[in-house]
Design a protein. Structure first.
Length: 118
């Protein structure tokens, strides 16, 4: 799955760079969307991210490109690799951020629930 996001003034810290928390929010959201589209009628919550390392700084007006790929499927959880690039930058192979996001399916009672069989 692919998604894009425009970095706006409200996403910047007092130095004029993208808040890391905003990027993490978008990474989490796009991984959740990928899981929800792949497993309709399932409810997911984020279990964790494997690492948080910001490799490049981002300024206002940057268009970010998010590539989301499923890397693992368990009994109750699914994991996605999320890579972030500058979409309006010549070096599209230059990853500015990447992490694995693990989401777990929950049932009506808030407890883990098995993923549906495909």
């Amino acid at each position: 799955m692919e998604n894009h996001k425009l970095v706006l003034p409200g996403n910047l810290n007092h130095y004029g760079y993208l808040f890391g928390g905003d990027l993490l929010k978008w990474v989490d959201e796009y991984a959740w969307i990928a899981a929800t589209l792949e497993y309709p009628d399932c409810n997911f919550v984020t279990l964790g991210m494997d690492k948080v390392l910001f490799k490049k700084s981002i300024r206002e007006g940057t268009i970010l490109k998010f590539i989301i790929e499923k890397t693992k499927e368990g009994n109750t959880s699914v994991q996605y690799l999320v890579r972030v690039y500058r979409a309006n930058h010549a070096a599209m192979n230059d990853v500015i951020f990447s992490t694995h996001v693990t989401l777990v399916r929950i049932g009506q009672n808030g407890q883990k629930a098995p993923l549906p069989e495909k």
